[in-house]
Design a protein around this ligand. Sequence first.
Ligand SMILES: *Cc1c(COP(=O)(O)O)cnc(C)c1O
Length: 364
Amino acid sequence: MKKLLKESIEKIGTYQPGKPIEELEREYGIKEAVKLASNENPLGPSPKAINAIKSSLLQVNRYPDAQGFYLKEKLSRKLGVEPDNLFLGNGSDEIIQLLAQAFLLPGEEVIIGDPTFSFYQMAVVAAGGKDIMVPLKDFSYDLSTIMDRITTETKLIFINTPLNPTGTIIAKADFEALLNRVPSDVILVIDEAYGEYATDTSYPNFLDYIGKEKRIIVLRTFSKIYGLAGLRIGYGIADAYLVACLNKIRGPFNTNLLAQVAALAALDDEEHLKKSLATNRDGLTYLMSELHTMGIAYLPTQANFFLMKIGENAQRVYEGLLKEGVIVRVMTGRGLQHYLRVSVGLPAENKKFIQALTKVLAGG
Ligand SMILES: *Cc1c(COP(=O)(O)O)cnc(C)c1O
């Protein structure tokens, strides 16, 4: 008998999202839980985005603009690229999926850091590609091993910077060394979901390579610093031909009407962006100083989350924190089982986390 599911898809695990607040409150019977697990903007969306959504609510009987004309136009002006270089997706997740679907022939290889964002591997395997997992080295991409693993079958390389879950970045010089070694028939996917948070001066402007390099696609999202994760919208910046390829296979209305207007308005709110960056910076300063005092090791970060080293009982501490109403993220990936990933929250949330952690570690 024919198998119902493709064999390649049967093997894929399910993506483990951060636990939703409602779920924790339901399961543990607690109130006012805080979620520091999915790297969302704790300030919420820009008030401008909220107003834009409100003014568009009565139009949701209509299909959205399939081209996302106004959003692409604004992004184009803001980023200094042509609208033809822009692709809108239902979150950057969708773009990752479409890249795998559009470009992978069965068995073609994709190089992925291990551990990084688990959805890369899922999308690749689902599309019939072969996942070539390259372990991180010192919590960063091991670029020389990545270069060594490139073969004639390599089609895509996923690079996430700042890197989820470690918060490290790829410096410009290292990126250019990689770029020089990557054959011109390999597509380099630069996932900058947290790019807006990076402050290190060695952090490259990846848009500088668009136009020169035909095989680079930069992914960005409105889910993180723009605070619109629930609406699902992200974008890619690439050579017009790559964009046209993706346009062939996307759903005609892949980004919804409210997401488009909210993203458009959010781009105009510089003040909210600044406030979001300051909230993150101040939150990190507070959290790192508290952890330091508690004698807990943590990794410096260029993003809105960080790893802290708990040790063998990381899972127990995670569960203890849940009981205290604080959701963080367990790390199941290679080499990080002793760590928990924590997203930076509002001052009161950060404080609640530190208090809960102190209590849990004291065994109380
Ligand atoms: C959060 C995140 C994304 C963004 O996903 P969306 O689908 O745009 O919400 C992409 N890549 C990484 C590494 C992330 O952590």
